[in-house]
Design a protein around this ligand. Structure first.
Ligand code: ZN
Ligand code: ZN
Length: 343
């Protein structure tokens, strides 16, 4: 009998920040899969504005534990099972629910695991996937089908955030939708909005150069200046307080403003309350993503309803993380997701 012995280095690299404005690849001990856990080799990890906030220390301190190991947007391959685990099989390509539900609290028991009272999230309070290896609870792994590209799979986390928000906003067929912003969340929102068969999708961005990728994402028109049009649903994905204020005046009666862009800790936006009350408006916030949103997201990927392969425009090796962060801050349009290719 031939036995195959696979030896992994006992020391791996992980992208770590203390919130002092810098990130470093640090050598740490290989994680070991405990009971109920999987050992996973990340395939790639996306980086986003939230990572920049974690690095700069500007994010909400309630949601980060320093030193923080980055990488909350990722896909990986199962390479080991902890005690008691038999699935997903070794070699499976997976994505993993980012917010780990405690399963005990009021929110978890009601299915609102994105609001779990014991907040614990991959890449925020527990080690992220911008590393050679990661361990995760096996029950939170979702196997992605062979038809799903690595580029789509790495976008599972931001997509689940959009799915969560859409479950709340519930776009209507035939509605007019405005998406404010032209970054990853805005682009994913356009692609997802399309599946609801709206009458039109406008995207209000900053950079002319995003025009083409916005069209691929599903926007019927890409604007760089606001118009006088009225919308049934406005999705604010830029985190721009002045745009949030203006959006209230651009909704039809009964319309919905969905807030997904994070303007920064404790920032405010003025709102004309008359318009909200007399317009019978809904203003919706959405935080993170529940287990239900992850299941729905992976189902949309696996059934081919959602394909986000177009969105990864920049790839770097993990060792090139500095260049990746620089690209995130200043790469010219067209720009979609910036991903670190790891294994
Ligand atoms: Zn992110
Ligand atoms: Zn909980």
């Amino acid at each position: 009998m031939v036995s195959l012995l696979v030896v992994f280095p006992a020391i791996m690299k992980s992208l770590i920040t203390t919130g002092d404005g810098s990130a470093k690849l640090v050598e740490v001990a290989d994680p070991v899969a405990g009971p109920g856990e999987l050992l996973v080799a990340p395939i790639s990890a996306g980086i986003c504005g939230t990572d920049l906030e974690i690095i700069s220390g500007d994010g909400d301190p309630a949601f980060v534990k320093y030193p923080a190991s980055l990488g909350h947007e990722w896909a990986g391959k199962v390479i080991g099972h902890g005690p008691g685990v038999t699935s997903p099989a070794i070699g499976s390509r997976i994505v993993v629910t980012g917010i780990i539900p405690c399963q005990e609290c009021f929110e978890c028991k009601n299915g609102d695991t994105n609001r779990c009272l014991i907040y614990d999230e991959i890449g925020f309070t527990r080690p992220g996937a911008a590393a050679d290896l990661i361990t995760v609870p096996a029950w939170l792994a979702h196997v992605v089908g062979d038809n799903v590209s690595d580029e789509s799979a790495v976008l599972a986390e931001p997509t689940a955030v959009v799915t969560q928000a859409f479950m709340k906003a519930n776009p209507k067929q035939g509605s007019k939708i405005l998406i404010i912003g032209d970054g990853t969340i805005a682009l994913i929102a356009a692609t997802m909005a399309k599946t609801y068969k709206p009458a039109l999708i406008h995207m209000l961005g900053l950079k002319d150069g995003q025009n083409e990728i916005a069209k691929v994402a599903g926007a019927d028109e890409f604007l760089t200046q606001p118009t006088d049009d009225k919308y049934d649903l406005i999705i604010e994905a830029a985190g721009a307080p002045t745009r949030i204020s203006a959006a209230v005046g651009q909704l039809v009666r009964g319309g919905t403003l969905l807030l997904l862009g994070y303007p920064g800790h404790q920032r405010t936006a003025a709102i004309v309350v008359d318009d909200v009350i007399n317009g019978d408006l809904n203003i919706i916030g959405s935080f993170g993503s529940s287990l239900a949103a992850w299941s729905k997201t992976v189902e949309m990927f696996n059934t081919g309803k959602l394909d986000l392969g177009y969105l990864v425009t920049h790839k770097f090796k993990l060792s090139e993380f500095s260049a990746a962060i620089e690209a995130l801050k200043s790469a010219p349009a067209p720009r979609g997701k910036i991903a670190l290719i790891i294994n």
